[in-house]
Design a protein around this ligand. Structure first.
Ligand SMILES: [Zn+2]
Length: 314
């Protein structure tokens, strides 16, 4: 097994505290106990984040080296995972999309929290979304597109998606596009009497948490400013602005120039890599285990979900 980063996203409070959970359980989220078990399994393969970055930049990683990475600046990572790492004397790399520090929150996380907390399961959410969609002027376009839609041929590389997952993603990404998709989502949220402000509460870390992580020896790295889902589709100058703003804001917070990053939604082009090099970034992570182009700006990562043994999930 080559060296890799473990890619963490969402954490939830322990089940026994579920009634008052600040960080409720969601799709793919894990608890502190599960994280501990995973760290037990990885044992002394996990090396300090700074050392991993230095070895990677110098091309000196060994096959057993593993590092821990946390994307998206999530408050649940700080509240649930940071104490576990601290107790074990471990450090990780935290890749921050800085828009959240300026009140420009990516809707992706808000919508995720809405789905996770307001519906018994994902199918109930899909049903509510399509019911509302059917009552809008967009209905005809969606109906027309779904008439010839073949769920088995769409996103076939992701075996774990259900037919309903595929239909929803197809309508969201190929038929509606971000603007219309968000318009319907925002209507659905309003229809549930929930405000975006309520949903955004406790979702992201602030400057205080980032400063503390930095002081404790964790690595703070880039993850773009606004977290576009398809950064590769932006022009090179838009891409540069994403990473230059990201870098300037993080330097403001930590007083250290970031030299590491992870690619949001694994989306990048050769131009992105050239921009990152130009900004002084030496180490970058992909969002899967594929080798990419093999440069030190495309290091592989394994999603924590793939490291879970069935018994460990709680
Ligand atoms: Zn991300």
């Amino acid at each position: 097994m080559p060296p890799f980063g473990v890619m963490f996203h969402h954490f939830h409070d322990e089940p026994d505290k579920a009634a008052a959970a600040r960080h409720p359980r969601g799709q793919g989220s894990i608890s502190a106990t599960t994280l501990s078990e995973m760290l037990d399994d990885l044992g002394d393969r996990v090396i300090p984040a700074r050392e991993y970055a230095e070895r990677a930049a110098a091309g000196q990683l060994t096959d057993t080296d593993v590092c821990l990475t946390f994307d998206d600046n999530l408050r649940c990572q700080f509240d649930v995972a940071e104490p576990v790492l601290k107790e074990r004397g471990l450090t990780g790399s935290w890749f921050v999309a800085t828009g959240t520090l300026r009140g420009e929150a990516p809707k992706l996380e808000i919508y995720r929290r809405f789905r996770d907390t307001r519906f018994a399961n994902i199918d109930d959410f899909y049903e509510a979304y399509f019911r509302l969609l059917a009552a809008t002027p967009l209905a005809e376009r969606v109906c027309e597109a779904l008439r010839t839609f073949d769920p088995n041929g769409y996103l076939a590389e992701f075996a774990f998606y259900s037919e309903a997952d595929r239909r929803f993603r197809y309508v969201r990404d190929e038929v509606l596009g971000p603007r219309d998709y968000e318009r319907v989502m925002d209507e659905l949220i309003a229809a549930h009497g929930v405000s975006i402000t309520d949903l955004a509460r406790d979702l992201w870390m602030g400057e205080t948490e980032l400063r503390r992580l930095h002081k404790e020896g964790h690595v703070i790295g880039l993850h773009s400013h606004s977290h576009p889902t398809r950064l590769a589709n932006l022009t090179p100058s838009q891409q540069r602005a994403e990473y230059a703003d990201n870098l300037a804001l993080l330097m403001d917070v930590t007083r250290e120039r970031p030299t590491t990053m992870s690619h949001p939604c694994n989306s990048y082009t050769d131009a992105t890599l050239a921009i990152l090099r130009d900004l002084g970034v030496t180490v970058g992570f992909r969002a899967n285990m594929a080798p990419g182009g093999g440069s030190t700006l495309e290091l592989p990562r394994e999603d924590h979900v793939n490291l879970l043994s069935a018994a460990a999930v709680n």
